[in-house]
Design a protein. Structure first.
Length: 264
């Protein structure tokens, strides 16, 4: 069985290092003998290619590139993407990607850009005079059933370490927040929410990239993808996460969250 990792618009949406999420998924699968391929969902690919994806990875982008993507991701491709997420295909969507999965994004310059409307959220850039939300980010996963599933995996609440860099502010409608901000800005720097969670789609402002810093999220995505594909329960072989744990401990200390320093 081969998992297809669908990487959204790599030539346009690779500004913030989120490619590391695709590499992390691929490597953690490989260490367990699971074959993967990375499918580049660029402008020249058709809707059928979207239908074959087992895990989506979408990264951040600058407003200009995001606008080009949002214009391309219409019609049959948009329907395929919507159907996949509704059907529970797992995915990790970072920063610019969640903005395009919401109802719209209002850039600092130019017109409002319509999004796919899969996530009940809107994003607005308040203008270039407003401060960008930049810095290390820590948040506790709060969305259900993700929080419970990760807690069962870890034996304690899941805390994400990441890095954010965005001008846009996101405001949630009825969609669940992915987490509760411990350090940093999160969705908008106002309401303490970070990201969104819908079906098996994880939307977040956290770069880092997210998955190498929080390998349990990579494993959750792989497990969901394998379970969907095989129609049976899957339990992944544990891996040695020593280096990731050391990096996490260092960041927790730096962010004055030392009590979390031993969190997986
Ligand atoms: N262009 C968007 C913003 O500034 C997304 C940035 C990003 O993907 N890091 O809000």
């Amino acid at each position: 069985m081969e998992l297809k990792i669908g990487w959204l618009y790599p030539t346009l949406m690779s500004t913030y290092g989120d490619r590391g999420n695709a590499i992390c998924l691929q490597q953690r699968a490989l260490w367990r003998g699971i074959e993967t391929s990375i499918v580049r969902l660029d402008r020249d690919c058709d809707a059928k290619t979207f239908e074959e994806v087992d895990i989506f990875v979408g990264g951040g982008a600058q407003d200009r590139q995001q606008e080009i993507v949002m214009r391309d991701l219409q019609g049959a491709k948009a329907s395929a993407m919507r159907a996949a997420i509704e059907a529970g295909v797992p995915g990790v969507f970072t920063c610019g990607s969640p903005q395009l999965l919401g109802h719209y994004y209002e850039p600092a310059l130019g017109q409002r850009i319509e999004g796919l409307g899969i996530l009940d959220l809107v994003s607005k850039h308040p203008g270039f005079e407003a401060k960008r939300c930049i810095g290390n980010l820590a948040f506790e996963i709060a969305a259900s059933p993700l929080a419970e599933e990760l807690q069962a995996m870890l034996g304690k609440p899941a805390v994400i370490i990441g890095f954010e860099n965005h001008g846009g502010r996101t405001y949630l409608g009825s969609v669940q927040a992915l987490g509760k901000v411990l350090r940093g800005y999160g969705n908008n720097g106002e309401d303490g929410t970070e990201g969104a969670f819908y079906r098996n789609a994880i939307a977040t402002y956290s770069h880092g990239p997210l998955l190498p810093k929080n390998p349990f999220v990579a494993d959750w995505l792989l497990q969901k993808a394998l379970e969907r594909k095989s129609s049976q329960a899957v339990s992944l072989e544990p891996l040695d996460n020593t280096l990731a744990l050391q990096a996490r401990s260092a960041m927790f200390k730096r962010l004055d969250l030392a009590t979390l320093a031993n969190t997986p």
